[in-house]
Design a protein around this ligand. Structure first.
Ligand code: FES
Ligand SMILES: [Fe+2]
Length: 461
């Protein structure tokens, strides 16, 4: 689908009586309830159950020292710790004896010991010791009680957890971008004070890059991203893709945003390209999960990708990942946030949980509509007892992803509509990316590069 230029946004709303009269504040002042089914993720909610079928990052390795760390994920207060045998534990915060918080516990050779009366817990929640009690009592407690605990996996500086039913624990997903040659993957985290779905929405809303990140205040990535270009959206098993194809002088720049359900996201580079030089399948600036902290807080846990295929190594600084994540550094004055808003301002400004009934979705919001529709389907299926698909079950290994920039030297064609040309080239590039799924690693890149070069040489689709 193409949205072309700005005049496509001048749509007429059907319900004119409510929206077109002047000074309509009073009539529009009643605010509907948010969509609780899609947004609430605490224990026992349907969306919470759905999220609890997947692995999610919950912290960065560098956030965890020799002391336990209190974290909150999907509305659960948890304690993450590393025992003195270097084993990770992720357990419920409160001790099952009398609810003392294990954030004040002692990491031991095996497990964590509650500070209050010394109960000792293994990383899997097994109670190992109940000191100071008759042996029979202690044995009974150890044999019958458990501390809530979740399996963890540490990978390249991120700590992941699976918080669902143990018998449904899926394989840890391996994506192609986990292992790109000569890429430095730098873990980072960004906190958003709002519901996870409005943070995730942005990835399937590629046109916000032209406004928020370019036209609204200042070019946060590159001036050329302010060019609107044309949009296409694709739905593949477990995946949604938003493609924005722009003209930059004699070049066509196809930038691919993607998500894998429920919350894995990648896009093009932040700073590696401005569309003025040829680039074949440059990879995502970030490999990122949008993780609910609770219904009103979200954390992006991610790697920023630096190298030839990612962002330039000079952005591998203290602020670099934040700039890549949302266009501006996160911790700054209110005035600066007003003058130069980034993603945090855009999505937090919607309120703790954005009310979808107040929105007016337009053609450029097609990705957002697709995401919500598919999420509703996933929740409906789970309610019927049908377990959600896992990337490692239904996709090749490693899972091929598409978040990328491709810039081809393809000047405007005389006597041809350039928007249609951009659309056709963008769609062709996606055809090539999808067709490359049958290859992996260097072979995939080699095949892709050749196909993209051929397309550039041909100049026609
Ligand atoms: S509250 Fe933890 S051992 Fe008593
Ligand atoms: Fe953004």
């Amino acid at each position: 689908m193409s949205i072309g230029k700005l005049n496509h946004f001048n749509v007429a709303f059907t319900d004119r009586s409510k929206r077109s009269s002047k000074y309509s504040g009073y009539r529009l002042s009643q605010i509907p309830e948010p969509d609780g089914e899609l947004t609430r993720i605490g224990p026992g909610t349907i969306c919470g159950e759905y999220f609890r079928r997947y692995w999610h990052p919950v912290a960065m390795t560098r956030q965890l020292g020799d002391l336990p760390k209190l974290i909150r994920i999907m509305g659960e207060d948890l304690v993450l710790f590393r025992d003195r045998s270097d084993r990770l534990g992720l357990v419920h915060r409160h001790c099952p004896h009398r609810n003392a918080s294990l954030e004040y516990g002692m990491c031991e050779d095996r497990g964590i010991r509650c500070c209050y009366h010394g109960w000792l817990f293994d990383v899997d929640g097994t109670i190992l010791e109940v000191p100071g009690q008759p042996i029979k009592v202690s044995q009974k407690i150890c044999g019958t009680l458990r501390l809530g605990a979740y399996p963890t996996r540490e990978y390249k500086g991120l700590i992941f957890a699976y918080m669902g039913p143990p018998e449904k624990q899926p394989e840890f997903p391996l994506y192609d971008t986990f292992d790109l040659p000569e890429m430095e993957m730098v873990p980072y985290t960004a906190h958003y004070r709002c519901n996870w779905l409005q943070v995730l929405d942005a990835i399937v809303d590629p046109i916000h890059t032209s406004f928020l990140h370019s036209r609204a205040s200042r070019p946060q990535f590159s001036q050329q991203l302010g060019e609107l270009g044309v949009l296409s959206f694709y739905h593949r098993p477990l995946r949604l893709i938003g493609l924005n194809t722009r003209r930059v002088n004699d070049h066509i720049w196809a930038r691919v945003n993607e998500m894998v359900f429920p919350n894995f996201t990648q896009a093009g580079a932040a700073f590696a390209t401005d569309g003025t030089a040829v680039r074949y399948f440059g990879r995502s600036a970030f490999t990122r999960w949008v993780v609910p902290v609770d219904d009103h807080n979200t954390v992006a846990l991610a790697w920023a990708n630096f190298g030839e295929r990612g962002d330039p190594p000079q952005y591998n600084t203290a602020d670099g990942p934040e700039l890549i994540e949302q266009g501006e550094v996160i911790d700054r004055s209110y005035e600066e946030r007003q003058r130069f808003p980034g993603d945090a301002e855009a999505v937090e400004g919607m309120g703790p949980i954005s009310v979808h009934k107040r929105e007016h979705l337009l053609p450029s919001d097609k990705g957002v509509a697709m995401l919500r529709r598919q999420l509703k389907n996933e929740l409906h299926e789970l309610k019927q007892g049908n377990e959600p698909a896992q990337p490692m079950q239904i996709l090749p290994t490693p899972v091929p992803t598409y978040g990328s920039d491709t810039v081809l030297r393809l000047p405007k064609k005389e006597d041809a509509d350039d928007s249609s040309y951009l659309q056709a080239v963008g769609d062709k590039i996606m055809d090539i990316l999808f067709a490359a799924d049958r290859f992996t690693g260097a072979q995939r890149d080699e095949w892709l590069f050749q196909q993209l070069k051929d397309l550039e040489t041909r100049g026609s689709v």
